[in-house]
Design a protein around this ligand. Structure first.
Ligand SMILES: Cc1cc2nc3c(=O)[nH]c(=O)nc-3n(C[C@H](O)[C@H](O)[C@H](O)COP(=O)(O)OP(=O)(O)OC[C@H]3O[C@@H](n4cnc5c(N)ncnc54)[C@H](O)[C@@H]3O)c2cc1C
Length: 449
């Protein structure tokens, strides 16, 4: 008897999710899947916007990749990402940060606080701030930070029920009596920068997302991959068959497989049939290419995030930091009423990445600008996602009648995966978890488990 025919699988997208999914299926020990990856860009997207920086070490100059956007992770929350990196043999190191907070007025940027991650050092006192006023501000911030932490552990968010949706983060903060000043000056700048969204968008998140993130990362160190996630991308993509410059336009389930329509850079559309398709793309793109999920995917909020890599040091707040240890990096949060720009300053070079810029950046200092789609969360979108990935495949009336059942992951030979395809904040951990889910559904062993 000959070998059974390999199943053909199209994996669309080369962010972390697409690459992990394709890698897992491609290295199946029984070689049951012939994987083809489709990517709209001309290169893998995980590290496409990273920048090679010259770094001098021991008298020699070499290039090191600086991640754009930031691909940091913290202990506690990123269990599967860490296992993946260990399995790939990717080196990473803990990274200390100094966080500074400034307020943007119509005429100036006014720093009011700085602190060192996990209190690893005494924070600098912002320039021109009266010491006693700063001390009062610091005591206030510490007090409400402890208050918020107690809420996180002892005040549970209201979960979704048949009569009401899950609690929004904004409503949770009110229920926890967190004062408006603490929320707008500390919590929102910090958390909206993690989610790269506006303050209002963050307040509309399900409270459970933010609390779960805070609980798991509390007191944990932050990490970054040595020399950027380019190494992760290189190791995951090794041996994969990737078609670049092809944009998926339609996915059509048929009785004998799935028809995939895509257009190349010259505008020529091709149609190819696969046994299975994994859509490792954002929900707005799923809505546009897969009709049965259009309605649901359009209810998952997304936003467009701008990043600018530059060396305009005039955009940095003035902190009287004195001596700066070489390993330390700074993240400056500068907020208006509605949102926060996050300025990531690397200490060894004048390399700066501003996310969602509010302060003008001298155009001659700009190295590269990029935009990203960021998937947001809401109680409604959380419910949609949880329904799609529910383990139990029966209807609420107990039957498994497919014609009346909600669309579930894997139906029609189509799988969804992405940082947004799990019940939590949309970060790198969700990419790995959802890629692992596809592999498990297809009976492929996960080598790091
Ligand atoms: C500014 C910023 C900073 C962040 N910082 C962090 C951080 O520090 N830590 C962290 O954990 N997370 C961070 N995140 C979140 C994290 O980067 C994302 O959750 C994650 O990268 C999502 O990966 P993904 O593979 O699911 O999707 P994506 O990376 O969005 O990949 C989607 C892929 O689909 C391709 N594609 C789209 N449409 C089509 C089409 N029609 N045809 C073919 N291909 C298509 C895209 O080109 C891309 O390759 C950050 C996000 C942003 C925007």
């Amino acid at each position: 008897m000959g070998q059974p025919r390999q199943k053909t699988v199209a994996v669309v997208g080369t962010g972390l999710t697409g690459l992990v999914t394709a890698h897992l299926l491609h290295q199946d020990v029984q070689q049951r899947y012939a994987v083809k990856v489709l990517e709209r860009k001309e290169e893998c997207s995980l590290s496409a916007e990273s920048i090679a920086l010259p770094v001098s070490k021991d008298g020699a100059t070499k290039s090191e990749w600086a991640d754009v956007p930031m691909r940091a992770f913290a202990g506690g929350f990123y269990r599967n990402l860490v296992r993946l990196y260990d399995y790939l043999g990717v080196q990473y190191h803990s990274q200390q940060f100094v966080f500074s907070f400034s307020r943007l007025t119509s005429t100036a940027s006014v720093p009011y606080m700085a602190h060192a991650s996990n209190f690893h050092a005494l924070p600098p006192v912002p320039h021109n701030v009266d010491f006693f006023a700063w001390l009062l501000e610091a005591l206030y911030a510490i007090f409400f930070n402890i208050w918020f932490t107690l809420c996180v552990y002892y005040l549970s968010p209201v979960e979704h029920s048949s009569t009401r949706p899950a609690e929004r983060f904004g409503d949770y903060l009110q229920r926890g009596f967190l004062p408006q000043y603490y929320v707008s000056h500390y919590l929102l700048p910090l958390m909206s920068s993690v989610c790269t969204c506006s303050h209002q968008e963050l307040l509309d998140f399900p409270a459970s997302d933010v609390l779960q993130y805070k609980r798991r990362t509390h007191g944990q160190p932050h990490y970054v991959v040595d020399s950027g996630v380019r190494t992760v991308q290189d190791r995951l993509s090794r041996g994969l068959d990737i078609s670049f410059g092809v944009s998926l336009s339609r996915v059509l389930p048929k009785s004998d497989g799935v028809e995939v329509h895509y257009t190349n850079a010259a505008g020529i559309t091709s149609v190819e049939s696969f046994d299975l398709v994994v859509l490792a793309i954002s929900p707005d793109v799923v809505a546009a290419v897969f009709e049965p999920l259009k309605d649901k995917m359009e209810r998952i909020p997304t936003t467009v995030v701008d990043t600018v890599a530059h060396n305009d040091t005039k955009t940095l707040p003035i902190l009287s930091s004195g001596e700066r240890p070489e390993q330390r990096q700074s993240i400056h949060f500068r907020s208006s009423k509605d949102g926060t720009e996050a300025i990531h300053e690397q200490s060894l070079s004048s390399f700066i990445v501003t996310t969602n810029p509010l302060t003008p950046i001298d155009s001659s200092s700009v190295l590269k600008s990029a935009t990203f789609t960021r998937v947001l969360r809401s109680p409604e979108s959380r419910r949609i996602v949880n329904d799609i990935f529910a383990e139990d495949s029966a209807n609420q009336d107990g039957t498994d009648e497919k014609s009346t059942r909600l669309w579930r992951n894997g139906d029609d030979g189509i799988y969804l995966a992405g940082g947004w395809c799990w019940d939590g904040m949309v970060l790198l951990e969700g990419c790995v978890v959802s890629a692992m889910r596809v592999a498990s559904d297809l009976d492929v062993a996960i080598p790091w488990m």
